[in-house]
Design a protein around this ligand. Structure first.
Ligand SMILES: Nc1nc2c(ncn2[C@@H]2O[C@H](COP(=O)(O)OP(=O)(O)O)[C@@H](O)[C@H]2O)c(=O)[nH]1
Ligand SMILES: [Mg+2]
Length: 344
């Protein structure tokens, strides 16, 4: 299962600056890829608390992939840029709320409207092209495409029909941008940190009208925080009057937007956080570790994180009968610790 989060938005909104701060906390890998990619660890205290108990040789957080996208703007998004954006699972829209050295004024709402228009027009073109090209399309697919056409043409995303899983599948090859989960990031000036921000308010209001979550970040400051040694970061943030790095919030919100949850595997060799879909059955989750574990899945020994922490060790959990044995139908929950029994 591979997911990616695309940093999108108008040009000069701060996407690359934000990306830069993500790469200083991650392994970045640009080899053989068209776009710069940052594989960013998902911050999770629980993993480190487990590691303190198991004292493994290795502790491995779950990760999510961020991609730095080319921006839209006066010239519009080119075909190549759009094709890139279509590959991401979630769109993070970075909105400029800071005074730019050579761009006039600060107008978050207008910027969001114009970026959205670019996305919708691009989708409209895809849909119209598809309807024109394939004359013998199954009627249900045709009706589905036509039901999107109207709202897209009117620029009214709120009138887009809500689709079921089957319909999403029918359309998945098109990479339609209007169907992707979006999240707005107001890139606010340093002066707005830790207080009221008119820019953020404007972003949040517009985002709310689209059922998009929104958060405020100062990309420039994030880049500075990320470059500091870890022990100095907290002090620096305190001086700025901010509770936690905006990046951490961003990563968590994206994770939620992707519909993902975390489960753990533990032991003397490695404690590791894994990512799986919310609603995944145990074999699917096991498949995140290795396909063999999914194929040969027999059962899973499961304990949830809070119960485990109350016990303090696996032995105590076993003695108390709190280690459950679950089968193929078990729906994994966030914070589950799994031990997969399999046979291939
Ligand atoms: N004052 C201020 N300037 C920023 C901030 N974020 C980015 N910039 C500046 O805005 C310009 C565009 O940033 P960049 O990240 O390249 O934007 P992109 O085109 O969206 O990738 C650069 O000159 C950045 O230094 C910010 O939070 N505050
Ligand atoms: Mg850029």
């Amino acid at each position: 299962m591979s997911f990616s989060i695309g940093l999108t938005g108008l040009t000069q909104s701060g996407k690359s600056t934000l990306f830069q701060s993500l790469t200083s906390i991650s392994r970045s890998d640009t080899s053989g890829k068209r776009l710069p990619l940052a594989r960013v660890p998902v911050p999770d205290d629980r993993l480190w608390k487990l590691a303190a108990i198991f004292k493994p040789k290795k502790t491995t957080p779950a990760t999510v992939d961020f991609l730095d996208m080319p921006g839209g703007g006066s010239a519009g998004l080119g075909a190549a840029a759009l094709a890139d954006i279509r590959t991401s699972t979630v769109l993070v829209e970075v909105v400029r709320c800071f005074a730019h050295p050579y761009l006039e004024g600060i107008h978050p709402r207008a910027d969001m409207e114009s970026f959205e228009t670019e996305l919708l027009l691009a989708d409209l073109k895809v849909i119209e092209g598809k309807l024109e090209r394939s004359k013998k399309m199954p009627p249900e697919e045709k009706a589905l495409l036509e039901s999107l056409q109207g709202p897209l043409g009117d620029g009214d995303v709120n009138r887009l029909p809500s689709l079921d899983e089957e319909q999403h599948k029918l359309l998945s090859g098109l990479g339609l941008l209007c169907l992707k989960p979006r999240l707005a990031v107001a890139n606010i000036p340093e002066a707005d940190l830790g207080g009221e921000s008119a820019g953020f308010q404007e972003v949040r209001d517009f985002a709310a009208s689209r059922q998009m979550p929104a958060l405020a970040i100062c990309a420039e400051i994030e880049a500075q925080i990320a470059e500091l040694p870890e022990e100095d970061q907290a002090v620096f943030m305190q001086e700025l009057g901010i509770a936690s790095s905006g990046l951490e919030q961003l990563i968590h919100q994206c994770y939620a937007r992707l519909g993902l949850q975390t489960f753990f595997t533990t032991g003397e060799d490695e404690c590791r956080a894994w990512t799986t879909r919310i609603g995944a059955h145990a074999p699917e989750a096991a498949g995140e570790i290795h396909t063999d574990l999914q194929r040969g899945f027999i059962r899973a020994e499961v304990i949830d994180y809070p119960t485990f922490m109350e016990c303090g060790s696996m032995n105590v959990a076993k003695e108390k009968g709190l280690l459950r044995v679950e089968g193929k139908e078990y729906v994994v929950r966030d914070g589950d610790m799994l031990n997969i029994r399999f046979n291939v």
